[in-house]
Design a protein around this ligand. Sequence first.
Ligand code: SF4
Length: 435
Amino acid sequence: MSKTYYVWPLGCQTNKSDGERVATVLEKLGYERVEDEHDANVIAVIACAIRQSAVDRIYGKFRAWEQRQQAGDLTTLLTGCVLPHDKQKLTPKFDLVFDIEELPKLPLLLAQTNVEETVNLRDQMAYFDIQPIHNSKFRAWVPIAKGCDKFCTYCAVPYTRGRERSRPSADIIQEVKELIAKGYKDIHLLGQNVNSYGMDKRRADGTSEELTFAQLLETVATLPGDFWVRFHAPHPRDFTADVIEVIAKYPKLCKQINLPAQSGSSTILRRMNRPYTREQYLKLTDDIKAGIPNVSLSTDIIVGFCGETEEEFADSKSLMEYVGYDMAFIAQYSVRPGTVAARRFEDNVSHEVKKERFRELTDVLEQTFMVNQQPRLGTVDTILVEKYAKDHWLGRNQHQVTVEFPAPADANLVGTFQQVKLEEVEPFRFKGNLK
Ligand code: SF4
C-alpha cells in the first residue's frame, strides 16, 4: 500500500507551524504528502480548542473516516490544542492521540499502534529541533516559545499547551539564517505570548539565559538579506519600550503589530484575568504610535463575554474607534469547557446580542480601515506577492493589507517584492499598478 498523508491544521499559526513539523516526521517515515484527504492513508488533525466550531468540524468528519478506518485503509492522528473534556470524547474516534511535545516520539507511537513496523529510535529529537517542511516557498513560521502562563479565564491554551517554555535563542537565530539562505522573505516569530520570551529562563539575579525579546528581534533584523520579520502574538502587559524602539529602528521589522485587547472595558478585562486596564492598553497604543511612524495596529477582541453589559460593550467600541485599527479578529464569545470562565461565570449574553455587537464592531473596523488608508493612496508601496488569482496578482504590504495589481499570468512573481502604486481602496484591500 502507498504511504500518503494529509495534515489538517485548525485555528492559529501555531497549529500551522506544528502541522509543518508533523509533516516532517511523517516524511521521514516515508509518507508522501497529498492535497486531498481522500487520497491519504494517514490524516493528522492539529486541533484548536479556542472555539467550539473548530471541535465540531472534527466531529463532522468521523462518519466519512470510520468506514476507511475499519477497512484498514486509514489511520487518524490527533494532536494540537485539545481540552481534557474533548480528549475524552475524541480519543475513541482516533487511532492515535498524542501531545504535540511528544511529536519526536511519533514513529515509536505509530510502531506501538502497529501502523509502522519498525522505528529507529536514534532518529528521535526534541520538538524544536525538528526541521519543518514549510508549505510556502516564501513565508515561514518559526516557533520561539511554547505554552502560556497568563491563564486568561476564557482560554484553554495553558491547559492544552502547558506553561511557557522559551526555545534557545541560538536555535531560533540559526533557523532564521537557514530560511533566509533558502530565500524566505516573510518570517513570522511565533509563540502564545512572544514578548515574555526568555522570562522562564530568568536567573536569580533577574538576568536571563536567553536574549530578551527585543534583543532577539534586533539580532534577527540585523541578519543580512532581503526579508521581513513579524511576530505573533504579543501580550499588552509585557510590551516593553525597548521592543517599540527596536521595531522603529530596523526596516526589516514590519511596522505592523497585532496587539490583542480582548475587551475595551476594565471590568471585563478583570473578569478575563487580563492584567491591564483600558487606560493602560490605550497608553500603550499611544506609545507605539508615537514611537513607530506609520505603524499599523490590529487586535483580537471578544464580544458577549459572560455578563458583558451595554456599557462594557460600548467601552470596546470606543476603544476600537480611538485606536483606529487596520484589522481586528472579532470573536463572539463561546464557552470552552474546562476553562475558569466556564466554571465561574454564566454565558448569559444572547446569541442575537453577540451577533449585533459583532456587526457593530465590524462596521467600526471598516470605517477606521478606510480612514487610515486614505493618506496612503497615490503612494508606492512594497508588496510581497503571494499568488495569481482571477486575472490579477495578489500580495500584501508590510501592514498585512492585501494589494491586487495586474501583470501577465506567467510573470513568475510569487515570493518576490514588487513596488506597486496604490490607486484605489476598498474595505481591506488596495488596487494598484506595478511601478
Ligand atoms: S495570553 Fe491568554 S488568550 Fe493568550 S494564550 Fe495565554 S491564556 Fe490564552
